[in-house]
Every structure is written in structure tokens, then in C-alpha cells.
Design a protein around this ligand. Structure first.
Ligand code: OGA
Ligand code: MN
Length: 196
């Protein structure tokens, strides 16, 4: 696992955006995608709110994604494998980068066709515990024309990332302005934050 973490951290240090193409195995990505579909089918997903999140725009419709929080108590095998990976990543980050992370939170995310998430940063205006954003994608056979890119601004340059299965993206929650472009296919991911 440490090799995968190193790749993510190295690209984060170099470019402010850590990217690891094959962070999840195909098996784990497929299982998590199946979990998300099941929760969707059972009506467990709820429309995400913006809460006290720092808003950069004034439009009413900021985001259209639906979410469901991961929890050890679900006793779901692949969900717990994923959370175990996050435990290991936190230990590794704290040991090698002195990040001082003490907690995390993750949710499944589904963007249905035609939805998006406008420009924002991931830190709340009233609470700065979210230090690092982590997103993993669960979309097999994603094509460029399916849209749904994660678009990030770094040093006035725009970087666009396709949400392909197994990929992980990692960046500082209070620094990086980003948006999810309109998706033309249902777009599945797990999104979360490493907290102090
Ligand atoms: C978020 C977010 C990006 C993505 O949920 O805050 O910016 O690519 N997600 O799903
Ligand atoms: Mn975000």
C-alpha cells in the first residue's frame, strides 16, 4: 500500500494535486460501485447540501449530487476494506508528512445525468477541521464525452480529471478551487476529508 500512497503524495507535493490512477483494485472499485447502486436503489441517498460550505458563486443550484455516508457499523466488507485503506493512509501521512490528522469522513456520491457541482472550496466557513480532500472514482468504461470532469484551478491554470474507476485525487481542502462539470452519464465516487 505504501507505494500507492507514495505516488499520491509525490504528485501532491509536486503539483498541489495528488493523482493516483490505480489507487483501488478493480475488484474493490467494482464492489463499492455495486454498494452505491444498491443504496441508490433502496432510496438511501439524499440530496447533498452546501451547508456552511464556502460558496464562490451566487446561483441557487450549486450542486446536484446525492450522497450516503460510509460507516464501519454497516459491516460491509468492501466498505470496511476502503476505510481500512484510509486508516493506513492517515497513519502513513502522519508519519511521513507530520500532518496531524485525527479523523476522517467519507460518503458515496452519485451525480445523475445532467448534474454538476459549481466552483467551490471544501472547507466550511465556520469550521476548518477539513484539511485534505480525497476522492476516488468508481466508473468503469468512462469516456471523455461522458463529461463529469473534476476541474481544478492551480496557479491560474485549469486541470481537468476524468472520473475513471480506481483513480484517487488528493488536495488541500482550504486551497484548491474546483468544480464538477456536467455529467452525461451517472457518475459514481467516494468523497471524503481528512480532518484535524
Ligand atoms: C465535492 C467535490 C469532486 C468530484 O464533493 O466536494 O468537489 O470529482 N467532488 O467528485
Ligand atoms: Mn469539493
Amino acid at each position: 500500500m505504501e507505494k500507492v500512497f507514495d505516488a499520491l503524495i509525490d504528485s501532491f507535493i509536486e503539483n498541489k494535486i495528488g493523482i493516483s490512477e490505480f489507487f483501488l483494485s478493480k475488484k474493490l472499485s467494482t464492489e463499492l460501485s455495486a454498494n452505491l447502486h444498491t443504496h441508490f436503489k433502496h432510496g438511501n441517498l439524499t440530496l447533498a447540501g452546501t451547508g456552511t460550505k464556502a460558496k464562490i458563486n451566487n446561483s441557487d443550484l450549486v450542486r446536484g449530487d446525492k450522497i450516503y455516508w460510509l460507516d464501519q457499523s454497516h459491516d460491509n466488507k468492501s466498505e470496511n476494506v476502503f476505510l481500512g485503506m484510509m486508516d493506513a493512509m492517515v497513519i502513513y501521512l502522519n508519519r511521513t508528512c507530520y500532518t496531524g490528522i485525527t479523523d476522517y469522513e467519507f460518503h458515496y456520491t452519485l451525480y445523475e445525468i445532467g448534474t454538476y457541482y459549481k466552483k467551490h472550496i471544501d472547507q466550511f466557513t465556520t469550521n476548518d477541521r477539513r484539511k485534505y480532500s480525497v476522492i476516488v472514482y468508481l466508473n468503469e468504461d468512462w469516456q471523455t464525452e461522458d463529461g463529469g470532469e473534476l476541474s481544478l484551478k492551480i496557479n491560474h491554470q485549469t486541470v481537468k480529471i476524468n472520473p475513471t474507476a480506481g483513480k484517487c485525487v488528493f488536495f488541500k481542502s482550504n486551497e484548491i478551487e474546483h468544480e464538477v462539470l456536467v455529467t452525461h452519464k451517472n457518475r459514481l465516487s467516494i468523497t471524503g476529508w481528512l480532518k484535524v
